[in-house]
Design a protein around this ligand. Structure first.
Ligand SMILES: NC(=O)c1ccc[n+]([C@@H]2O[C@H](COP(=O)([O-])OP(=O)(O)OC[C@H]3O[C@@H](n4cnc5c(N)ncnc54)[C@H](OP(=O)(O)O)[C@@H]3O)[C@@H](O)[C@H]2O)c1
Length: 307
């Protein structure tokens, strides 16, 4: 089958289109025919070797942890799914490799749920990793009705879902992005604020009472810039600057594969309560261009790849 692989760490140029043997499902996995996969910053951090020491890479490595597709084979003891089921997953394994930028992928059932019926495969593939990160961030920071929530990086994949989930919980939301994304943030229900020089003052005027919860999906000193806007007893998390979050009494969040979380998200999509933003869809053979766009750091929503 066709798959994107890399056999050394490096820039997007180490990615090549390869011919690989068909994946075999382990006893508690299924093989999914990939209709769409989406890419995430963690893919390029792994490909650059930045996750060495944290998680092993098995070369030649197929990148990609997000997938939407159809079950074509089930493992020896995987009764949760049948051939023909339309599914989606944040299919992270214990090593980097065997990913979803391929025609087919073996996916553990613990990571898998039925795809929201209201979403296309391209849209569904854009959901798992980022929406589960947003969900876990909400839970870890206990966002609740009436909270004033600040979302750093509201226009990225994670932030778009964090805004929507916080609004569904009854919170008011201020989110950062550059000017060209402000109408987008408003459409999700957030008050937009531009990041960069002068951020602290702009946050103070957007929410003079301060914030009960600060969710950092940007890094680059965002938590430090909002420290003085945090009210007494406020909660914070960061997915990028864990040490900063802990200094402020908060938590680092590492997203986990979470099948029940995907079921919960599918219900919200199918009830019309959540939407997903797909910036661009690339064919598999243009994976290098897709990662170049992602790595430039200004994607609104998600970049999706179809085999
Ligand atoms: N720990 C975990 O489990 C976990 C899980 C998911 C993601 N992450 C990390 O979280 C970060 C965000 O992920 P993502 O997928 O949401 O990223 P993303 O989609 O690639 O984010 C792109 C967005 O970042 C915005 N941006 C760039 N610099 C910013 C800044 N200083 N302040 C506010 N917004 C800024 C850009 O908006 P403009 O175009 O308006 O500049 C763009 O829309 C990445 O570093 C990723 O690796 C960690």
């Amino acid at each position: 089958m066709r798959a994107i692989t890399y056999s050394e760490f490096g820039t997007p140029e180490v990615l090549t289109l390869s011919d690989l043997p068909e994946p075999r499902p382990g006893p508690d996995s299924v093989v999914v025919e990939v209709r769409a996969a989406s890419i995430n910053p963690v893919d390029w951090k792994a490909r650059q070797g930045y996750l060495e020491g944290l998680i092993d890479t098995v070369f030649p490595a197929v990148p990609g942890w997000d997938v939407a597709g159809v079950v074509v084979k089930t493992g020896a003891d995987a009764p949760e799914f049948d051939v023909g089921d339309e599914v989606y997953a944040y299919a992270r394994k214990d090593v980097i490799g065997g990913g979803t930028l391929a025609e087919r992928a073996a996916v553990p059932v613990r990571t898998l749920a039925l795809k929201p019926t209201s979403l296309s495969f391209e849209e569904a593939a854009a959901v798992p990793l980022v929406a589960l990160t947003a969900l876990r961030s909400m839970r870890r920071s206990e966002v609740t009705e009436g909270d004033r929530v600040l979302v750093h990086n509201g226009a990225g994949g994670v932030g778009g879902f964090a805004i929507q989930l916080a609004r569904l919980a009854g919170a008011t939301v201020v989110a950062t992005a550059s000017e060209h994304n402000h109408d987008y943030l408003r459409s999700l229900g957030a008050t937009p604020v531009e990041y960069g020089e002068g951020l602290t003052e702009r946050l103070r005027s957007a929410s003079p009472e301060g914030f009960d919860v600060v969710l950092d999906f940007a890094g680059s000193g965002s938590l430090a810039a909002s420290e003085s806007t945090m009210r007494e007893g406020s909660r914070c998390i960061s997915v990028v600057e864990g040490r900063e979050a802990r200094r402020l009494g908060g938590h680092v969040v590492w997203v986990r594969p979470n099948a029940p979380g995907l079921v919960e998200l599918a219900e919200l999509f199918d009830a019309g309560k959540l939407k997903v933003e797909v910036a661009r869809v690339y064919p598999l053979e243009e994976a290098v261009e897709a990662y170049r766009q992602l790595e430039a750091g200004h994607v609104r929503g998600k970049v999706v790849i179809t085999p």
